[in-house]
Design a protein around this ligand. Structure first.
Ligand SMILES: Cc1ncc(COP(=O)(O)O)c(C=O)c1O
Length: 444
């Protein structure tokens, strides 16, 4: 649908889409779990495939008329196998949490013991948090990082596993900036008779590009989201060894889901095709180089980097030396159009809602083409913004610098130009889409 048609049918939703498109362009996006997918991915997502019911799997559907969506689903499956080198892939999970639910139910029964990284040490809600399905239906033992190194202590994790004999050990994290040694986790699993469930939601991109060790040779099941470093649509994929293939497919459908989202699955296929290119490998290399540059530059401004650095796309910052909480820093950055999220740091004295840290990630800005020089400038903006709380002139100055930077790396330029053309109640404030250096732009 052309944007003018959306505007005619529903001007309110049109406005939301227009403003959000401009917001994504006008802000420096440092949320580690976000990215900007391609126009090709968006085209598949916004297609008529959303209309199709296709319960079941290619060639084994419970509905007629599935011959075309069978093709896109098979493409997504084959490309996943090629990209990650797995035996079997299921591309139907609606989201990362849904993928993990199915994975647990393959490997354990409700009431069994599972072991995952504590949320406050970088784990995910679906790794055993009491409020989540995983914490409500399983007995959960949580491991943590080491207090001194702020990294995994495999000897301590082994000791905990020997003591509690979990059925499943969940590996992977949401806020852990160092390499995950899936081989060491597997040794522990073998010793205690546990299965390894590797959740690579955050590091799927570096793994696909060969820049982080892969869990595929070790873990029984590997889950990933498709919208983070993988730069696809929102959704998830489950991979497994051949011996679990049939069981896995049954637990996704009909076990834990109904009809698959075939428009999302087609968009996953597109993103996976993009991920198989050399450009994608280079993009991942730059994402990691950018994270290192950002961490180094922030350390130069006196910020303490949790664990002393980063091996992946994210940087966890301890703000205590700057005398500001994560919540207040997140707000201060928001005022100058830098988007990030507060995050607990290991052994955080603050409650999660306040938190002592910030989690920063480089996948989205690297997609825009930013490199090390921009990361150094962004570290400077962050330092200035955190020191400028309550100083309106200083905030305006940083905001102007942010505006100049984002203008040099236009995002979704054609869409924004089209929306600007349609915004008849308020003429575009002179943003020149042909001139990426222009510092004038729409609000949001
Ligand atoms: C490690 C990890 N697993 C799973 C998820 C859940 O993904 P979703 O939000 O798609 O349910 C996340 C999301 O941030 C994550 O970081």
């Amino acid at each position: 649908m052309k944007p003018d048609a959306l505007k005619a049918v529903d001007p309110e939703v049109f406005e939301v889409v227009r403003k959000e498109t401009n917001r994504q362009h006008n802000n420096l996006e440092l949320i580690a779990s976000e990215n900007f997918c391609s126009e090709a991915v968006l085209a598949a997502l916004g297609s008529v495939l959303t209309n199709k019911y296709a319960e079941g799997y290619p060639k084994r559907r419970y509905y007629g008329g599935c011959r075309f969506v069978d093709i896109s689903e098979n493409l997504a499956i084959e490309r996943t196998k090629k990209l990650f080198g797995c035996d079997h892939a299921n591309v139907q999970p609606h989201a990362g949490t849904q993928a993990n639910i199915a994975a647990y139910l393959i490997l354990a029964n409700p009431g069994d013991t599972i072991m995952g990284l504590s949320l406050s040490h970088g784990g995910h809600l679906s790794h055993g948090h009491p409020m989540n399905f995983s914490g409500r239906y399983f007995k959960v033992i949580q491991y943590t990082v080491n207090k001194e190194t702020e990294m995994f202590d495999y000897a301590a994790i082994r000791k905990l596993a020997l003591e509690h004999k979990p059925r499943v050990i969940v590996t992977g994290a949401s806020a852990y900036a160092r390499t995950v040694h899936f081989d060491k986790f597997q040794e522990i699993c073998d010793e205690v008779g546990a299965s390894q469930l590797a959740d690579i939601a955050h590091i799927a991109g570096p793994i696909a590009a060969g820049l982080h060790p892969s869990p595929i040779p070790y873990a029984d099941i590997v889950t990933t989201t498709t919208h983070k470093t993988l730069r696809g649509p929102r959704g998830a994929i489950i991979m497994s060894k051949q011996k679990l293939a049939e069981q896995m497919d049954k637990l996704v459908f009909p076990g834990t889901q109904g009809g698959p989202l075939e428009h999302c699955i087609a968009a996953k296929a597109v993103a996976l095709k993009e991920a198989l290119t050399d450009e994608f490998k280079e993009y991942q290399r730059q994402t990691l180089a950018n994270a290192k540059a950002l961490a180094q530059a922030l350390a130069g401004y006196g910020f303490r980097i949790v664990s002393g650095g980063t091996d992946n796309h994210l940087v966890l910052v301890d703000l205590r030396s700057k005398n500001i909480t994560g919540r207040d820093a997140e707000r201060a950055l928001g005022k100058v159009r830098i988007t990030a999220n507060r995050n607990t740091i290991p052994f955080d004295p603050q409650k999660p809602f306040i938190a002592s840290g910030l989690r920063l990630g480089t996948p989205a800005l690297t997609t825009r083409g930013m490199k090390e020089p921009e990361m150094k400038k962004i570290a400077e903006f962050i330092d200035r913004a955190i020191g400028a709380v309550g100083d309106d002139d200083a905030i305006a100055g940083i905001k102007a610098d942010v505006k100049e930077m984002v203008s040099a790396f236009p995002l979704y330029a054609e869409r924004r130009a089209e929306y600007a053309r349609l915004k008849d109640d308020e003429p575009p404030r002179g943003e020149n889409h042909k001139d990426p250096k222009s510092t004038k732009g729409n609000a949001e």
